[in-house]
Design a protein around this ligand. Sequence first.
Ligand SMILES: Nc1ncnc2c1ncn2[C@@H]1O[C@H](COP(=O)(O)OP(=O)(O)OP(=O)(O)O)[C@@H](O)[C@H]1O
Ligand SMILES: [Mg+2]
Length: 511
Amino acid sequence: MQNYILQMEQITKSFSGVKALEDVTFQVKKGEIHALVGENGAGKSTLMKILSGVYKKNEYEGRILVQGKEQRFMGTRDAEKAGISIIYQELNLIKSMSICENIFLGCERRNNGVIQWNEQYRQTKELLDKVRLKENPGTMVGVLGVGKQQLIEIAKALNKNARLIILDEPTASLTEVETEILMDILRELKKEGVTCIYISHKLDEVFHIADRVTVLRDGKVIVTKNISEVSESSLISYMVGRELTQRFPHEEHHAGEVILEVKDWSVRNPVISDKKLIDHVQFQVKKGEILGIAGLMGAGRTELALSLFGILKPTQDSQLYFKGRKIQIRSPKQAIRRGISYVSEDRKRYGLVMDKDIRTNMSLASLSKLVRYGVINGNLEITRTHQYMRELKIKASSIQQKVKNLSGGNQQKVILAKWMLTSPEVLILDEPTRGVDVGAKYEIYQIMNRLVAQGVAIVMISSELPEIIGMSDRIYVMHEGKINGELNREEATQERILYSAAGGRQETYVG
Ligand SMILES: Nc1ncnc2c1ncn2[C@@H]1O[C@H](COP(=O)(O)OP(=O)(O)OP(=O)(O)O)[C@@H](O)[C@H]1O
Ligand SMILES: [Mg+2]
């Protein structure tokens, strides 16, 4: 069939006896944007890894046809040669290398064996223009936020002249504005005839960009439809196998006394020292409330969290009060001892030890609480691990499964459990539901509500405005390192938040 660029037929794949995909048939038309959706662990990434040659021909059953011709990929290079490029869910750039080096890694432009740096720089500049990133090709990738890194991954795929691009949750770490840019880029690519498979848990995006959609559940295809033929609620019920009437559990929070307060809180930019990442911020967090922090990428939200947690150093005159007493936090260890925990947005960097199992990862931050008479209480550790596996519905074969073998959303749940196990009094959550499916999001919100009812103060940084609005009692909006607006639950709307995030003042808001 000519109008299909891709036909995957009867794909079955098991991991040590457990079926991750079963008899999956998936067809993509030339030039379309085809969304692939489903719960965490449904098999989306696994299917795409088969398509992109990560899993070799002998590691699964079934056939792959590209432009009608059967392909047997023995590696990602083979898939790339067939015009297929994948951008992974977990970013794969090398942080200690420049943008240019990353983009040309493994496909250097050479002349008589000599790398053509000038040529590579020029092309990198063009590619960065295309993804609308104003960065120097020589900039080290490690200093950029995850959002920008994502755009570099896209530039890298474009550089390989891909005809079929797979984006596995491309916008998980992008804010609204960058997401818009990405959507524009995809539409442009579509005009140029590039086909795209788009995996996302953000259904509004799926409706915005996709031509067709396929739903996977428990490793099986449930349905493939034109996007115009499905509603959001029907799509959700295909995904989770039941109706989901509410997105946010409504519950009254009862804020208590102020537990944490910062005054004149500033953090210098480590690279350009006269620029401030955080600029004289003041705020308070109360026991039993959820404080939302909104803002665009680069507004300083994560830096604020990192500085409260002892990873970034605040300036001399910055003051931190915890339960009314002035304290200093110089390391994450000190923060944890005080009862402040931080769930990072970047799970590879601060969150998880990928090579270790679920149990080890979960208890890593709370070892001191698990120790009895100088030895780790293994039984308690196991009980607690099982408890969180159950509560968060973590999909894994056992608590001994290595974290790197979990699906992206399930990794996120392990991180959450890890920090909940520290029994924090202040819990800072940075993008807590990134990559988590709609059903599991609800579970996480319920757990947040439960913690708050027990008196925990939650600071939630999120780029998802519905989540900020749906869950927060109060909202601070950050802009260029400052808090540019405070909204309470009743006042908060997407428009108002975006207005503040862009630098507008609430006093002058007309809307
Ligand atoms: N290398 C592996 N070893 C063992 N099990 C694995 C491995 N990779 C994936 N799995 C399992 O296969 C199933 C499907 O995982 P997959 O990563 O494809 O899910 P997903 O649909 O991409 O989910 P998410 O939305 O969370 O990213 C999961 O149960 C996962 O634990
Ligand atoms: Mg995945």
